[in-house]
Design a protein. Structure first.
Lengths: 89, 452
């Protein structure tokens, strides 16, 4: 048995999940920009190591997280719709 | 770790961006536990569990490690910027200075409230006026002032107003003059400029700040709007429209190694100036002491108005007849003007305690045309003998294209170069209006420039 209040909460959570996903996506875009900018202002071993970890670890990891958050938000909305239909029937 | 090719402003900008992203990620991290719990409660089933597990095992650690990396970078940037701040003080660029009868201090655009690329002037519009009247023998007194509006690349507008008394020894148009001018520079927005315009404040010809679709807002000046306060004095010798007879022309041509065949009169001035300006910068208030001089000369060529009714429009023919038959003298004039201004500024920042020198070289080249009027000898004046007969110019107005090139170079207090010379070129129009009537002299001029 599902109630409207629960599906509303699920949709609200889906919206919140999208917001988190947007923030993560923005930070990932900023990291990608940093990869281009850093060599022009910062040189040395530390700089190379930092840029490499941004390019190979942090940016791809955030991309994966953003992807999972987007998928989850969609699943939540689908689930809420399905629950509403079941209740109506 | 070493940073190259970045100035303080760039580092500060990057630092600010890092802070913004760190704040966002920390907000995500802060809502973590309750958020996942709410998801699991509302969205029951295996997918919800998988989402919760992924979040705990992968996503949250991804965000935490990104926060750690960005925090490390932010701290390094802060350290680097603070180090640069204490080792070298690179001040903002000046708005170009064109030198005036009471030259305003070169205004540091100075008001970098946000750490972005240097804010540069886009266009400037200046109006100047002065009036002198003889009071006793060769002594004259008067006053002058100028109003300048500078449009900056960040959209802000700087209004500089300077005025003060002047005194002279000699006859109007020829002699020694000295003046003191105090000025203030304010930051305005377009709505306030529109309001000034609506109040009848004259804007110079060519004024081009876009005020369409702007609603006027009354000017309300607070301490935060004051960008600079200055006091400046100048002393110099000036001659305006000194007639050049053939003998003088020959000597001058020899001295200048330049044919002055067409030159009928010369305007010239040599002036020394010094002053103090207190101005706001991103790094606190600066005190600047300025010393400089300017040399200006204009070659004035006059062409009497012909009276041929075939080649001249009726009104010019009428004026030409008036010119020929009476003592009224009317001429078309062209003025080729050059001005060189050299200035050095010593700047001290009251908060960072850093100092530097700034060398400012300005070259002005202009060519303008218009009309002049005065008195001369009837009939004879329009013949070749006219060169030898007395004539007195009493008024002149002219306008035309002008180009102003300003080069700034900064040095630290030991004389080492801080920044390579930066050149600003402004092109536009300038004009002047002058009246000399026996003991009274009044002048006005304008200059409208757009910077490349």
């Amino acid at each position: 048995m599902f109630f409207g209040a629960e599906t509303d909460e699920l949709r609200a959570l889906a919206a919140e999940t999208d917001q988190i996903g947007d923030l993560v996506t923005q930070t990932r875009a900023f990291l990608v920009g940093l990869i281009d900018v850093m060599p022009t202002i910062w040189v040395g071993d530390d700089a190379t190591q930092f840029t490499t970890s941004i390019a190979q670890t942090h940016a791809p990891a955030l991309q994966a997280t953003a992807g999972r958050l987007a998928t989850a938000a969609n699943e939540m909305r689908t689930s809420a719709n399905r629950q509403d239909q079941t209740s109506n029937n | 770790m070493s940073f190259v090719g970045a100035d303080t402003a760039q580092l500060e900008q990057l630092e600010q961006q890092l802070n913004n992203h760190l704040t966002q990620l920390e907000q995500v991290a802060a809502k973590d536990a309750s958020f996942v719990q709410r998801v699991v409660n509302a969205w029951q089933g295996p997918i919800a569990s998988a989402f919760g597990q992924h979040w705990q095992s992968r996503d949250r650690p991804n965000i935490d490690s990104t926060i750690a990396a960005l925090t490390q970078l932010r701290n390094e940037l802060t350290r680097q910027r603070e180090q640069q701040d204490t080792t070298s003080e690179v001040g903002p660029l000046n708005a170009p200075h064109t030198g005036a009868s009471c030259p305003a201090m070169p205004l540091g655009e100075a008001h970098e409230t946000t750490a972005t690329a240097p804010i540069k002037p886009v266009a400037s519009y200046k109006l100047e006026a002065s009036a002198m009247v003889g009071i006793y023998d060769f002594v004259s007194v008067g006053g002058g002032g100028e109003v300048t509006l500078v449009e900056m690349s960040d959209g802000s507008i700087q209004l500089s107003v300077a005025s003060g008394p002047r005194g002279g020894i000699g006859v109007p148009g020829l002699g020694l003059e000295a003046g003191v001018a105090s000025g203030v520079t304010l930051e305005l927005d377009r709505a306030e400029v529109k309001w000034l315009q609506e109040q009848g404040v004259p804007m110079p010809p060519g004024f081009g700040i876009d005020l369409e679709n702007v609603s006027a807002k009354p000017l309300q000046i607070t301490a935060d709007d004051v960008l600079a306060v200055s006091v400046e004095s100048d002393v110099g010798a000036a001659l305006d429209g000194l007639g050049v007879n053939p003998a003088t022309r020959a000597v001058l041509s020899e001295l200048r190694q330049d044919s002055l065949e067409r030159v009928d009169a010369v305007d010239a001035s040599a002036k020394a100036f010094s002053g103090t300006e207190i101005r706001r910068t991103a790094d606190g208030w600066e005190v600047a002491q300025l010393y400089g001089y300017s040399l200006e000369h204009g070659d004035v060529s006059k062409t009497g108005l012909a009276i041929n009714p075939v080649t001249n429009p009726p009104q010019e023919t009428a004026i030409g007849l008036l010119d020929l038959m009476t003592a009224y003298d009317v001429n078309q004039v062209t003025v080729e003007r050059t001005e060189s201004i050299r200035a050095v500024e010593v700047v001290y920042n009251t908060e960072t305690h850093a100092g530097y020198f700034r060398e400012i070289d300005t070259e002005v080249v202009g060519s303008s045309s218009g009309y002049s009027g005065g008195i001369d000898t009837p009939i004879v004046d329009e013949t070749p003998l006219g060169k030898w007969t007395p004539a007195m110019e009493m008024g002149r107005f002219d306008s035309g294209p002008v180009s102003v090139t300003t080069t700034e170079t900064k040095y630290d207090l030991s004389g080492n170069l801080i920044s390579s010379p930066a050149t600003t070129v402004g092109n536009g129009t300038a004009g002047s209006l002058r009246a000399d009537i026996f003991v009274a002299n009044a002048e006005g001029s304008y200059e409208s420039l757009k910077y490349e």
